[in-house]
Write a protein that binds this ligand. Structure first.
Ligand code: IPE
Ligand code: IPE
Ligand code: MG
Ligand code: MG
Ligand code: MG
Length: 325
């Protein structure tokens, strides 16, 4: 993702203190795995959106840095547990926490990260901190609902496209929505601006997950930092699999079904899946949805006061369109 120097500088300001968290804390069996994934990079999209949202309505980084860091800790917690749930071995280019250590360590590291997220958020000084805590907590509960649906859909073959959008709205878009909304609150935006930032975040979050589902098939492990075609191995229901099954003929469906649930698909098998998705217009459909939802998100920014940070939000949203990881 290409970023302008202002956005890059903001990432550094958020990333620096995140990387210092939990250093030299004991017991190391808890804090080392907590710091591990935080130190492995990641796009920092959620804290960036929170900080830019705050700035876009007149706030400063000092008003929202603790909250921005907290959202990244919360997100990282969800990744550690998600990788156990999805049986994945690679994250941010490194072995997942439960593979490098074990499941008990990963469960506890996740618990520690979510707790540390709240500890950090509580450092925020703002008259509406209780409202912010409520948003944070609600966001996390909805995310859990989304993850529950995601898992339940693995064993269903009749998931409708509307159910898929509901599920990704909960597991992914809600947290991105919350990042933008909380940024708006901490920046003391108007009610109209906060509501617009919230809708911006939700639509962007939907586009973000559809892109994640697309990258699962079209990207490379080295660029993605995650295993490719993990969704097919895990029988996930995505916009791709749902669209494909609605378009495929019997032969195409038969080829695809043979790959579903198969762990460790080979590059040749992934290429065949890609080609099946190409033949049925599935890749094009995913691209269409991503651009439609991104445009919907961008239209909400018209309701934010004009300024540099609003333009940075626009640029960030557009740069996500051609991300490769
Ligand atoms: C991965 O999130 C989980 C999803 C919701 C798709 P990111 O793609 O933001 O992961 P990092 O933080 O950059 O590693
Ligand atoms: C991510 O969905 C949702 C959450 C982590 C809450 P995925 O399972 O598709 O995310 P990746 O692809 O593993 O990052
Ligand atoms: Mg996953
Ligand atoms: Mg998952
Ligand atoms: Mg994914």
């Amino acid at each position: 993702m290409r970023m302008n120097p202002r956005i890059f500088d903001l990432i550094e300001k958020i990333d620096g203190p995140i990387r210092l968290l939990f250093r030299d804390r004991t017991p190391a069996t808890l804090y080392e795995p907590m710091a591990y994934l935080l130190g492995a990079g990641g796009k920092r999209i959620r804290p960036l959106l929170l900080a830019l949202s705050c700035r876009s309505v007149g706030g400063g980084l000092e008003d929202c840095l603790d909250a921005a860091m907290a959202i990244e800790l919360l997100h990282t917690f969800t990744l550690v547990h998600d990788d156990i749930m999805d049986h994945d071995h690679l994250r941010r280019g490194l072995p997942t926490v439960h593979k490098k250590w074990d499941e008990a360590t990963a469960i506890l590291a996740g618990d520690g990260l979510v707790t540390a997220a709240y500890t950090g958020l509580l450092r925020t000084r703002h008259p509406e901190l209780v409202r912010v805590l409520g948003k944070f907590t609600e966001g996390l509960m909805v995310l859990c609902e989304g993850q529950a649906l995601d898992k339940a859909f693995e064993s269903r073959e009749d998931v409708a496209i509307g159910e898929y959008f509901d599920m990704i709205g909960k597991k992914t878009a809600k947290l991105i929505e919350m990042s933008c909304e909380v940024g708006g609150i901490l920046g003391n935006g108007t009610d109209r601006e906060i509501a617009a930032l919230k809708r911006f975040g939700f639509s962007l979050g939907i586009a973000f997950q559809v892109q994640d589902d697309l990258l699962d098939v079209v990207s490379k492990e080295e660029t993605l930092g995650k295993p490719v075609a993990s969704d097919i191995s895990e029988r996930k229901k995505t916009v791709l699999t749902i669209h494909f099954l609605s378009r495929a003929d019997a032969a195409q469906r038969g080829r695809f079904t043979a790959f579903c649930g198969k762990p460790g698909l080979t590059p040749a098998e992934v290429d065949e899946i890609k080609s099946l998705f190409e033949q049925t217009g599935t890749l094009a459909e995913a691209e269409r949805v991503i651009s439609e939802k991104t445009n919907l998100a961008l239209s909400e920014l018209e309701l934010i006061r004009p300024g540099q940070s609003r333009e940075d939000l626009r640029e960030l949203a557009l740069s996500l369109l051609n991300r490769e990881s």
